[in-house]
Structures are given as C-alpha cells and as structure tokens.
Design a protein around this ligand. Structure first.
Ligand code: ZN
Length: 149
C-alpha cells in the first residue's frame, strides 16, 4: 500500500469515528440537503455567514465513512474562508476527484484534502467524497437540494 493510501485509510477512519462539526447550526443563514442515492449518503450542510465570510459551517446526516470523513474535513477547510475561496476549493476538489487536476504537479490550495485524490481509483466512491462539497456549494448559492444522480 502506498503512503498516500495509508494516510487516506487512517484519516477516513479517524474522521468517520469522530466527525468534526457534526451538529446543526441554529439560525443558520444557509442550508442545503445532499443525497447520493447510489450509496445511501444523505446529509445536510449548515452555513453561518459573516458578511462574505463563512463564519461557521457544520453538517448532520448519515452515510458511508468516506462521505462522512469528507464532510468533516470540508467543514474544517472552509471555515473562515470567503465565499470565493470556498468556491475555489470546491472547484479544485471536484477536479481532483474527477481527474481534472493532478494535485502533485499542479498548483492548488487543497492541503490535507489531497488525500481524497485516492478515490479516483474507485469511481463508485467519487460521489461519496464530493457529496458534501456539492451540498456546500448549493447552500452558498442558495439552492436547497442536490442529488448526485
Ligand atoms: Zn457513500
């Protein structure tokens, strides 16, 4: 197993067991529901804005370890970012898991999120990994519901 794969496994397991920001936000400015019917992942993302900044972001729901770990790390990555920065991260993450961005050779802001580059090898898992990002994007752009189908 490669080093990145090992890091991927460990990180997914750890975040699945102990997801960060796994809660509702009362009085959230924005929220959206995301569904991945292929796997059964269903989550709701809550966002509290301060002007143009993501002041707080959290999620609730149920799903496989990858969807939960990805949502957990998504909340950590976008808190404190501007909407524009969150959009950029979404774009890069989406490109990474669909093969449009080589995180090792091309410049990006993904940081620790790079471990999800591993899902490229498992096409059925791409939607699990990107669900929370699509849902965040929907919330930030005032759509209420997304489905990956
Ligand atoms: Zn899943």
């Amino acid at each position: 197993m490669s080093e990145l794969n090992e890091l991927y496994q460990d990180t997914i397991l750890e975040h699945n067991k102990n997801p960060r920001n796994f809660r509702e936000i009362e009085g959230a400015d924005k929220e959206a529901d995301g569904n991945n019917p292929l796997c059964g992942d269903a989550l709701r993302v809550y966002v509290k804005m301060d002007g143009d900044t993501v002041a707080d972001v959290a999620f609730k729901g149920s799903g496989c370890a990858i969807s939960k770990a990805s949502a957990s790390m998504m909340t950590q990555a976008v808190r404190g970012k501007s909407r524009e920065e969150a959009d950029l991260l979404f774009d890069e993450f989406h490109k990474m898991v669909t093969g449009g961005l080589d995180v090792e050779s091309e410049e990006n802001q993904l940081g620790r999120l790079k471990i999800f580059a591993g899902v490229l090898e498992f096409p059925a898992r791409v939607k699990c990994a990107s669900l929370s990002w699509h849902t965040l994007n929907a919330a930030l752009h005032d759509e209420v519901e997304i489905s990956t189908e």
